[in-house]
Design a protein around this ligand. Structure first.
Ligand code: ADP
Ligand code: MG
Length: 627
C-alpha cells in the first residue's frame, strides 16, 4: 500500500499534485488530529540552524521541514497525534520519509517546468512554422540550421535540401550576394537591418524578396547565429512598376498634347486672321454682284469654303486653349436640358437619349457655348460609334476628389467638381486608339467623315476651364467620357440667344478702329462706313492716341484688337477714356494671349468680338456696344 503510494508520489506531474499526495501519506501513516502546512515564507525562525524538526508547543506532535538540497519548501506540522506516546518513533520514521517526499516535490516541480518550457517552445515553433514569411536560422558562417514552411512555400526547396547549405545558392548567377557582408556585421555586434534582393526558386522563377537579418543571442547575450525573415514582394514590386509606367505614359501623353497644342494654336491664329479677310471681302463682293451673275456662285463657294475653314481653326484654337471665352456662372443641368432636343435630332430616332441629371447640382463657371461644343462633339462621336439601334446616356453628378485618387491619376486635382458623364453602347475603342483620341486630326473615320478635331476640341475646352477628362472604353462594349469641372459658387445666369439676321444701321457715330493687321483694318472700315458710321482707322495704339487728339468731333466707340505690339487693347482703352469720358469699347481677338490678365478669359460683361467675324457679327456687336 505505502509502496504504491510512494510510487505514485514520485511520478507526480506537478508540484501541487505531489504536495497533496505527501499530505495524504502523512495523514494515513501518523493519523494526526491536526495537520498544518506552513509555506516557506511564513516559517518561524528556527532555533538552531540545520534543525530539521521540532516538538509542537502542545507536546502532542512535531513539525518537520521539507527541503531538498538547498531548497526549503516549508514545514509540515502534525499535532494531536492519535498515539502521542509513540511520537518519538513516529518522528524517527517521518524524518527519512520527509526526505523522499521532498525529493518527489522537487522532481514534480522540475517536470512541470520542463513541460512549460516545452509548451512555450512548441508554441514558438508553431508561430514560426505558420508564418507566410520565410524564417531561416543560420550560423554565423551562413549555414542554414532551420527552415520553416514559409521558406519552403516561397523558394520551393524542402528543409532537407537546404539544411547545412548557405543561402547563396538562391542568388541568381551574376548577382551580388549581400549576405556574407551582413553576417560580418552581425558577428561584430552591429545590427544588420534589411535589404531587397532577387532569389531564384527551385522551379527557376525569379522573386523579389525583402530580407530582414537579426542576430540570435544565447542565454548569456552572446551572438550565436542570425535569423532572416524573408518576404516575397514580387507582386507589390510589379504593381509599383506598373503604376510608375502608367504615370510616365500619362506624363508623356500630356507633354505631347501640350506641344501639339502650342503648334496648332499658333498656326490657327494666323490662319484665322486671313480667313476673316477672305470672308469679309467675299461677303462685300457678293453684295455688289447680282445673283444671276456667274461670279455670284463663285463668290458663294469662296465664302462657304472660308466658313468651313473657320470652323476648323476655331476647333484648333479650342484645343490649344486659345479660344476666347466669356464664362458665366451656370447650372450645367439647365444648359444640357436646353440642348437635348437638338442632340436628339443630331443622333436620329434609332438611338435612345437618356438624361439623368443630379438634382441640386453645384454651379460651375463656363462659357455656355463651350458646353454646346462639348455635347455636340461627344454626341456625333457616339452616333458614329453606334451601328443601328443604341443608347446614349448623359449624366451629371457632384464629385469630391481626394488626394489618394490624385496620386495615381495624373492631371487630377483634389477638390469639388461637377461631373458630366457621357456614355454610349457603341463599338468602343482599343488601347491604341484610346491613346490618341485627343490628338488633333487623329481619326479612324474615312476621308470626309471625320476631321479628327472633335475630341481635341473637347480636350482643350476642358483644360481651359481647369477641368479634367477621363475615358473608359472597351472594344464592343461602349465608351464613357467623364468630364470634371471645378465647382464655382455663385448665382447662375440663364444663357440666351441673340437673333441676328440683318445688319443694324448706325446713327452717324464716330468709331475709332485700332488693328495692326492692315487688311482687317481695311475690311472693318469697308463694312462699317456704308452703314452710316464715321470710321477713324489706326494701325497702332500710338496712332490711335494721335487721331483721338486731333479729331474735333466726338468719338463714341473704340474698336480695338486685344493683342497689339505696343500696349494691349485694355490699356489703350484706359488711356483714351481719360481723354474722352463716356467712351465705349469693343474688343476683338483671334485669341487672347497673356494680354488679358493671363487668364485667357475676359471678365463677364465686356463687349467682345471673336475673330474671324462676319459682317453681321461685327455690326450687331457694334450696335450692342454703343447702346
Ligand atoms: P472624328 O470624330 O472626326 O474622327 P474625334 O476627335 O471626334 O474625331 O474622335 C477621334 C477618334 O476617336 C474617332 O475617329 C474614333 O476612332 C474615336 N472615338 C471618339 N469617340 C468615340 C466613341 N464614342 N466610341 C468609339 N470611338 C470613339
Ligand atoms: Mg468626332
Amino acid at each position: 500500500m505505502v509502496i504504491d503510494q510512494m510510487n505514485e508520489l514520485l511520478s507526480s506531474e506537478s508540484e501541487a499534485q505531489a504536495f497533496s499526495r505527501v499530505k495524504e501519506l502523512f495523514n494515513q501513516l501518523f493519523a494526526p488530529g491536526r495537520m498544518v502546512w506552513i509555506p516557506r515564507d511564513n516559517m518561524p525562525p528556527l532555533s538552531e540552524p540545520g534543525e530539521e524538526s521540532y516538538w509542537t508547543e502542545s507536546g502532542r506532535g512535531f513539525g518537520i521541514i521539507l527541503s531538498h538540497k538547498a531548497e526549503v519548501f516549508g514545514i509540515l506540522e502534525l499535532d494531536d497525534l492519535a498515539f502521542e506516546q509513540y511520537k518519538e518513533r513516529y518522528l524517527a520514521l517521518a524524518l527519512p520519509l520527509s526526505k523522499v517526499c521532498s525529493m518527489a516535490i522537487a522532481n514534480a516541480r522540475a517536470t512541470e517546468d520542463r513541460a512549460k518550457t516545452q509548451h512555450a517552445l512548441l508554441q514558438a515553433a508553431r508561430i514560426v512554422e505558420s508564418s507566410d514569411d520565410a524564417i531561416i536560422g543560420k550560423t554565423l558562417d551562413g549555414v542554414i540550421v532551420s527552415w520553416n514552411q514559409g521558406a519552403k512555400n516561397i523558394c520551393g526547396y524542402d528543409r532537407d535540401q537546404v539544411i547545412g547549405r548557405s543561402t547563396s545558392f538562391l542568388i541568381p548567377s551574376g548577382q551580388y550576394d549581400e549576405m556574407p557582408q551582413l553576417l560580418e556585421k552581425i558577428r561584430a555586434g552591429q545590427s544588420a537591418g534589411s535589404f531587397e534582393t532577387v532569389w531564384r526558386t527551385s522551379d527557376e522563377r525569379l522573386l523579389n524578396v525583402s530580407i530582414q537579418v537579426s542576430p540570435i543571442l544565447n542565454d548569456q547575450g552572446k551572438v550565436v547565429g542570425a535569423s532572416s525573415i524573408v518576404r516575397d514582394i514580387t507582386l507589390e514590386k510589379q504593381k509599383v512598376e506598373r503604376e510608375r509606367a502608367s504615370l510616365n505614359a500619362q506624363l508623356q501623353q500630356a507633354q505631347k498634347m501640350e506641344s501639339v497644342g502650342r503648334l496648332a494654336g499658333g498656326v490657327a491664329h494666323d490662319y484665322n486672321n486671313m480667313l476673316g479677310v477672305i470672308m469679309g471681302f467675299a461677303e462685300m463682293a457678293l453684295e455688289k454682284v447680282l445673283p444671276e451673275d456667274p461670279l455670284h456662285s463663285d463668290l458663294m463657294e469662296i465664302q462657304s469654303a472660308a466658313r468651313r475653314s473657320t470652323s476648323i481653326t476655331r476647333q484648333l484654337l479650342a484645343f490649344a486653349r486659345k479660344q476666347t471665352i466669356t464664362p458665366v456662372v451656370l447650372d450645367l443641368n439647365k444648359d444640357v436640358e436646353q440642348m437635348l432636343k437638338m442632340l436628339q435630332r443630331l443622333i436620329g430616332e434609332d438611338i435612345d437619349l437618356a438624361w439623368h441629371p443630379q438634382p441640386d447640382l453645384w454651379t460651375v463657371r463656363l462659357d455656355p457655348s463651350q458646353i454646346d461644343q462639348i455635347l455636340v462633339n461627344l454626341c456625333v462621336n457616339a452616333r458614329d460609334a453606334i451601328e443601328g439601334v443604341g443608347k446614349i446616356t448623359i449624366e451629371t453628378k457632384t464629385v469630391t476628389i481626394d488626394e489618394s485618387y490624385c496620386a495615381d491619376h495624373l492631371g487630377f486635382r483634389p477638390g469639388d467638381f461637377v461631373m458630366l458623364a457621357f456614355s454610349d453602347d457603341g463599338c468602343g475603342m482599343d488601347e491604341a486608339t484610346l491613346n490618341q483620341i485627343f490628338e488633333p486630326f487623329f481619326t479612324t473615320k474615312g476621308v470626309g467623315i471625320g476631321t479628327g478635331l472633335g475630341l481635341s476640341t473637347v480636350y482643350g475646352i476642358v483644360k481651359q476651364n481647369n477641368g479634367f477628362i477621363n475615358v473608359y472604353s472597351e472594344p464592343g462594349k461602349g465608351t464613357t467620357f467623364r468630364i470634371y469641372f471645378p465647382r464655382f459658387d455663385g448665382k447662375s445666369v440663364e444663357s440666351f440667344l441673340v437673333a441676328k439676321d440683318k445688319a443694324p444701321i448706325g446713327l452717324g457715330e464716330t468709331l475709332l478702329v485700332v488693328e495692326d493687321e492692315a487688311s482687317i483694318l481695311k475690311l472693318i472700315a469697308k463694312i462699317l462706313t456704308p452703314l452710316n458710321y464715321h470710321v477713324l482707322q489706326a494701325n497702332s495704339p500710338s496712332e490711335a492716341i494721335r487721331l483721338a487728339e486731333e479729331y474735333d468731333g466726338r468719338i463714341s466707340l473704340l474698336i480695338a484688337d486685344v493683342v497689339m505690339p505696343e500696349v494691349n487693347g485694355l490699356q489703350l482703352y484706359k488711356r483714351l477714356k481719360t481723354m474722352i469720358p463716356g467712351l465705349k469699347c469693343l474688343f476683338m481677338s483671334g485669341y487672347t494671349a497673356n494680354a488679358i490678365a493671363h487668364r485667357n478669359m475676359l471678365d463677364d460683361g465686356v463687349n467682345f468680338l471673336p475673330k474671324p467675324f462676319s459682317k453681321i457679327d461685327l455690326t450687331v456687336k457694334v450696335r450692342a456696344a454703343l447702346s
